[in-house]
Design a protein around this ligand. Structure first.
Ligand code: ADP
Ligand code: ZN
Length: 735
């Protein structure tokens, strides 16, 4: 092989042909010549593409199957760490698994702006020499602030805030040399985390679990552990010990959280444990900070990253541990663009990097439960709550016996229970899994329901925003004065409860109590939400009215009662995962009660308390519930016992979309050849979004069937014309 130095595998000398992967939508590698000085396999480079310069990665030797004199050279190798073999293999395998082109995977992996820019600098200020020509109060404060922190340097913003002066005061001191202004690179390593700092004394259960996880991390081999334990049992403390071990052996750690709103609380906890803050990665992080994190992860200047699912695609140099907290959470499934489940991708990534995975949950997904049963995952259980806190007692309120007035949702039984908490100075939570004021707006004259113009969805009234909102596409409009259908005035009325309407009812029932409404759309920012949560945790509310947001991992020590307004809500519909989701959600919500020294009660309002799922929730019979669910899924041949894929077709013209669906269904020989069954085409669960019609085919196959290869062949038969789009969804969330 010309130009490949065999002494150093994967290094290409000047002029050698290299295959470059770019994030451009091209279905092949591009050949270039290695630049002066050569380049390593995995190096990030800038290459010319037509008139443009684009980012790419050296993927391997070039093929050179066309006129070599026409091949251009790589412009330059970027000043960032090359991608390692584990990461390359991960992108390839993830692309194969999700049937996504490799360039789209690379795009996920390079979501940091300005990677090809030269290192950017910023100005910092430190103590200089001498005294100012004229001493003023403001100048004195600046110098005092700098002397207090002897030797440290600050940005202009930090220093002016610390000293309580304007920027011009500092600039004036710079001119005289009393304060020094220096340029430093922006992309600096993160503070070192100290594994010995702030550890807690663990309970016997916790200590045993922590030791098992530590041993896994020390092995520097792949392994997955399902860490199960009721909310408050101390799982976080246990997996932080695995993080500590990972820091000790000098490898990198990644903790994935399902919800950005949870990160700030978690970062504070990490800081208390390790003495410094880790790197953060999610949509709320500034672009500059993102770039810093991306670069430092590659260079080893970040030892721990806390983030959302996309953090899996960061170019870790030596990944030793991935924690997926609340692993059952449906938000780990990316439903836009590249469709992947971060939990499954974490396992894939770890297996290619010799890393450990910890899946933590109070209510694991059936998938993980089945993998643990089958011996593919290790299992750790924390049976009791940490300290003296006990699990809440679970009770049903039979709504058929309650005789509620119209447009009332809080039963007299639940009201009495809340009354007692208010008197005792304890907190109650009323839970309803519906945002907005009312899920339906109906015309009392003609029965018309107000829908979205672009989606097959109802508009939801939000009184707080004073708008109707489509929860599908986000479109909003003002509440119409007349019915859009019969044009009669003043007859549009809300039907059913949303969290805002429930708050209105609570306000009438408990006019003296302090109410707090927790719903994602009522907070303008992550910070506002965090402050809201902190206020509540500190006792700043008597009654909390909340949506799904409260189910996710917040600590409210004074909370002793949870009332679920509509426990039946998730059980409607034909989705095979409905039972699992309801079971998980109800247990998560109930787990909010009684975390401190006071025991809690959870009350479930239900019109069908004899339903098997509701009965399993009340009995706390997790194992019984899972085995029954597992039997049903096994019987139906669906995940985790069979494999499924959804094919979503969409386009502006409904008959064209169906034509394509029918053509696919008729030409599915390669799927039948591997024993797979094809269902559909049928309207997708949401049949119209943003004006596009959606049609779905479902493919079901045996666990062992080579599904991806057959699918690729199947959908590859058709060229999509016009605005038609096709997306493959492996392991769909609903089926
Ligand atoms: P989980 O992650 O299972 O919900 P956490 O780890 O958050 O549980 O623990 C619940 C509460 O108990 C937290 O406030 C935590 O700080 C506290 N806690 C858990 N383990 C210990 C321990 N060994 N020592 C002191 N406090 C602990
Ligand atoms: Zn819409």
């Amino acid at each position: 092989m010309i130009g490949v130095n065999l002494q150093e595998p994967g290094f290409f000398e000047h002029g050698a042909l290299v295959a470059v992967l770019t994030a451009q939508p091209l279905d092949r590698f591009l050949d270039y010549k290695a630049p002066e000085g050569g380049c390593a396999e995995g190096a990030f480079v800038e290459v010319p593409l037509g008139p443009r310069k684009v980012l790419g990665v050296i993927w391997g030797p070039g093929k050179g199957d066309y006129n070599i004199s026409k091949i251009r050279s790589v412009n330059r190798v970027l000043d960032v760490a090359p991608m390692d073999q584990g990461m390359k293999a991960f992108l390839e395998r993830a692309a194969d698994y999700t049937l996504t082109p490799l360039h789209a995977m690379l795009r996920l992996a390079t979501r940091a702006p300005g990677l090809s820019d030269p290192p950017s600098m910023r100005k910092i200020y430190r103590l200089g020499e001498g005294e100012p020509d004229r001493q003023t109060e403001a100048r004195r404060r600046v110098l005092e602030a700098l002397r207090d922190y002897g030797g440290l340097s600050f940005t202009l913003g930090e220093l002016s805030e610390m000293a309580g002066v304007t920027n011009s005061v500092i600039k004036g001191l710079v001119k005289q040399g009393v304060v020094r202004e220096e340029d430093t690179p922006r992309d600096v390593p993160f503070a070192r985390l100290d594994p010995e700092y702030g550890g807690k004394t663990l309970s016997e259960d916790q200590a045993a679990g922590a030791e098992a996880l530590r041993a896994g991390v020390r092995s520097e081999r792949y392994g997955t552990t399902l860490l199960r334990g009721v909310t408050g049992s101390g799982k976080t403390e246990v997996y932080l010990e695995a993080v500590a071990e990972c820091l000790k052996v000098g490898r990198q750690g990644l903790v994935l959280l399902p919800e950005i709103a949870l990160t700030s609380e978690f970062l504070t906890r990490v800081e208390a444990r390790f003495g410094a803050r880790p790197a953060e990665w999610h949509s709320g992080v500034t672009m500059t900070e993102r770039r810093r994190t991306w670069k430092m992860v590659g260079q080893g200047g970040a030892s721990l990253v806390v983030g959302a699912r996309s953090a899996l695609f960061l170019p870790f140099r030596d990944l030793g541990l991935i924690v997926v907290d609340e692993e059952h959470d449906t938000s780990y499934k990316q439903e836009d663009g590249v469709l992947y489940n971060a939990r499954d991708m974490a396992v894939l990534r770890a297996s290619l990097s010799g890393a450990q995975v910890v899946l933590a949950s109070a209510t694991p997904s059936l998938e993980s439960w089945a993998n643990a049963q089958a011996g593919k995952y290790e299992r750790l259980e924390l049976m009791s709550r940490f300290g003296d806190a006990v699990l809440p007692e679970m009770r049903a309120i039979d709504m058929r016996a309650e005789d509620l007035a119209r447009d009332r949702w809080i039963s007299s039984t639940l009201k009495a229970a809340v009354d007692r908490r208010v008197l005792a100075g304890e907190q109650s939570l009323l839970f309803i899994n519906r945002r907005g004021y009312a899920p339906v707006t109906i015309c009392r004259a003609c029965g018309h329901q107000v829908g979205c113009d672009h989606c097959d969805a109802r508009m939801v009234e939000h009184r707080f925003l004073k708008r109707l909102v489509c929860h599908q596409c986000g479109e909003t409009k003002a509440m119409p004065e007349v019915c859009p259908s019969c044009e009669v005035e003043g007859k549009l009325a809300p039907v059913g409860p949303g969290v805002e309407r429930l708050a209105e009812e609570a306000g009438k029932l408990w006019p003296e109590a302090r109410l707090a409404v927790l719903s994602s759309d009522l907070f303008g920012s992550a910070r506002a939400l965090k402050e809201g949560i902190e206020t509540i945790a500190a006792g700043g509310a008597d009654i909390i009215i909340g949506t799904q947001l409260v189910a996710k991992g917040h600590n409210f020590p004074l909370l002793t009662l949870v009332g679920v307004i509509d426990a039946d809500l998730g059980l409607q519909g034909s989705d095979l995962r409905a039972a699992e989701r309801t079971f998980q959600l109800m247990r998560q919500v109930a787990g909010r009660a009684g975390r401190a020294e006071k025991p809690g009660v959870a009350m479930l309002q239900s019109y069908q308390p004899e339903h098997p799922v509701i009965r399993a929730i009340l009995a706390g019979d997790e194992k019984g519930f899972w085995s029954a669910e597992a039997d049903e899924r096994r019987h139906a041949g669906v995940p985790p016992y069979g494999r499924m894929a959804g094919i979503i077709l969409s386009g502006g013209d409904v008959s064209q979309v169906f034509d394509l669906g029918n053509a696919l269904a008729r030409n599915a020989g390669m799927l039948r050849a591997i024993g797979a069954e094809v269902y559909g085409p049928a309207p997708a669960p949401i049949a119209r979004v943003r004006g596009r019609h959606r049609v779905r085919l479902l493919v079901k196959a045996d666990k062992s069937a080579p599904l991806q290869a057959a699918l690729a062949q199947w959908v590859g038969q058709f060229r999509l014309k016009g605005d038609l789009r096709l997306a493959v969804d492996i392991d769909p969330q609903s089926f």
